[in-house]
Design a protein around this ligand. Sequence first.
Ligand SMILES: NC(=O)c1ccc[n+]([C@@H]2O[C@H](COP(=O)([O-])OP(=O)(O)OC[C@H]3O[C@@H](n4cnc5c(N)ncnc54)[C@H](OP(=O)(O)O)[C@@H]3O)[C@@H](O)[C@H]2O)c1
Length: 268
Amino acid sequence: MENETIRERYGPWALIAGASEGLGAAFAHAAAARGLNTVLVARRGDALEGVAAEIRAEHEVATRQVVADLSEVDAPLLIATALSDLEIGMLIVNAASEPQGPFLDLPLAKHLFAIDVNCRAPLALAHHFGQEMVARKRGSIVLVTSLGGLCGLPLFSSYGASKAFGWNLGECLWDELKPHDVDALSFVVGSTRTPNLERSGAPETHLRDAVAPQIVAENLFEVLDGGPTQYSQPEVEEAADRLFKISRQEAVGFFSEQNHATFPSKAN
Ligand SMILES: NC(=O)c1ccc[n+]([C@@H]2O[C@H](COP(=O)([O-])OP(=O)(O)OC[C@H]3O[C@@H](n4cnc5c(N)ncnc54)[C@H](OP(=O)(O)O)[C@@H]3O)[C@@H](O)[C@H]2O)c1
């Protein structure tokens, strides 16, 4: 989609939830490169200020930062209130919590935290800003998800389950909001070399194969109106197609083997 079209079609401000580093920061840069003002949301205010300063130095757009922890029940309301004077034309929900380890070994609180960040917050943000977009008859909602949402993801159980939730929700929004001229989609991301992935304990071989966040972010802007599910790269779509074709046992087994090999220290 042409840059001018994106701003006109959706509105002047893009809100990126989870924008203080890595992929979220790359989404914000990609939005700003297309002339959209950016609202950056995350927990670390200093990191948000750094991303915002880079964006303002590189692009002629305005920025606003909202420090919020999306695990907190009232965070979406806090964000909505802080932005009540802005027209949010794009909502990209990128932030995620990824508890790692066998399901029963992790404290329940960690699983519930992930559900709050990965399910409750995206749903509440989409509900609030979706209503505003429908009233204006323009807008775009992107829920960032993962191949791990396609089937059981051993060692990342609540994360994988939450990504299935976002995947499904994004597809539904695509259908329900389309008659109101609002685009929505689930954006399935493959292995991406973010600081978060680097901190995860994945071996260097795994990190080397991971794609740069900037590539993923640029690709998103090519598929915004393509819903209901779009993929960060052709290889990710091919991987999803393979997973759709094999049995559930094989699919879960594939991820089990891969995750135990990639994250041996998390396995017990
Ligand atoms: N990287 C990959 O390989 C990969 C693969 C598949 C899917 N994905 C998906 O891509 C998205 C980005 O994941 P990523 O690991 O690459 O991370 P990232 O986008 O590089 O960073 C995550 C962002 O989310 C923010 N965040 C995390 N928890 C938050 C909370 N409770 N409240 C507010 N903000 C929060 C972090 O900032 P603060 O710490 O400052 O809050 C950070 O800005 C996720 O939806 C993930 O499921 C990533």
